[in-house]
Design a protein. Sequence first.
Length: 431
Amino acid sequence: MVSILHLSDIHMGSGFCHGRINPETGLNTRLEDFVASLSRCIDRAIAEPADLVLFGGDAFPDATPPPLVQQAFAGQFRRLADAGIPTVLLVGNHDQYAQGQGGASLSIYRTLGVPGVIVGDRLTTHRIDTANGTVQVVTLPWLTPSTLLTRPELEGLSMAAVNQRLVDRLRVALEGEVRQLDPDLPTVLLAHVMTDTATFGAERFLAVGKGFTVPLALLTRPCFDYIALGHVHRHQVLCDRPLTVYPGSIERVDFSEVDEEKGYMWVTVVQGQTEAQFCPLPVRPFQALSLDVTAAADPQAELLGAIAQAKIQDAVVRLNYRIYPGQLEQVDTAALFDALLPAHTYSINPQLVSPVSRPRLPELGEGHHLSPITALQAYLANRDDLAELAEDMLAAAQSLLTDQPDDSAAIDLTVPDSEPEPEPVHQLRLL
Ligand SMILES: [Mn+2]
């Protein structure tokens, strides 16, 4: 039995706009949050201890993180090296520089020869000796078209056709790896991929360009005792046999992950009977408040009420509300700031609704079907300045609506056989 801690999508250094500067450290609090979450994973790996740690890719928001962020990341993984726990760092799409043409941010660990650290930047099989025996780990990093196809092969192909070619090549390449596996050793596939059956989240928007989708069936081969995935930020189990899991990201990257539980997987790999458990991390809460106060007599009371009911303590809060420009003076923004003080950080985004879209007369609004005369009566009843004209206007409208044009003035809608006579001007009076 080999115990593995599987985590993914750290994205350390992202979401700084949701943090603030910690006056004691000078660091953005969101960097501190991400480091704290990662350190909880590493703590667990060392405390148990895990026989192996698998990182599923996407260490940073991009391949060139600031040195401060790189150091924070390296400082945590260094603890595993010190504890003698082998670690595989898989390259995700965010770790590649220039679509893989300029290397990957994680490759420095191989260059430096950090003991026990393996960088998975190509499809290959690693035999890793752990405290509880040898494990085979097949690494499948994020693939770009240039990884598997040459430029002439790509020319003139649609995205769908490129995807299909890549899948065909990957099938062959993976088959090559599978055939040389030792069937007597526990085997794990570690892959940074978008699978066709996953439920997507923020990673859709974070990925540059359109990703390449791998059919799950291509990966779930019986030779694997566990399939450790990365890329999708929402934790999900895609298959029971072999157990195929996205642990998800370890912190919320943005508001699209507001309701997602964050954590990592604790896996015990036994050939034929692997078990895995999702271990939640106590990450910082996000709270998205969304209100429409256009119908409110007291918009301020509605806003304060919504804030009072929400769990905002130490949370990253976003308050969005729809309001008419005419109501703005009823909102005391300073009082909203006070109400939001228990939050970690907050943003307030009033969305001004154009008053044009407001039905000025409710009886003329959507869902009311009135005759033209009734509608005119409703309009005139609300226009005191037109009171003197109202009677005449109604009479004029009535005559317009009931006046049947005589035959000579009728508009002929049939298609004429021959060139029509020029129409008299007075025929246009009804148009
Ligand atoms: Mn990714």
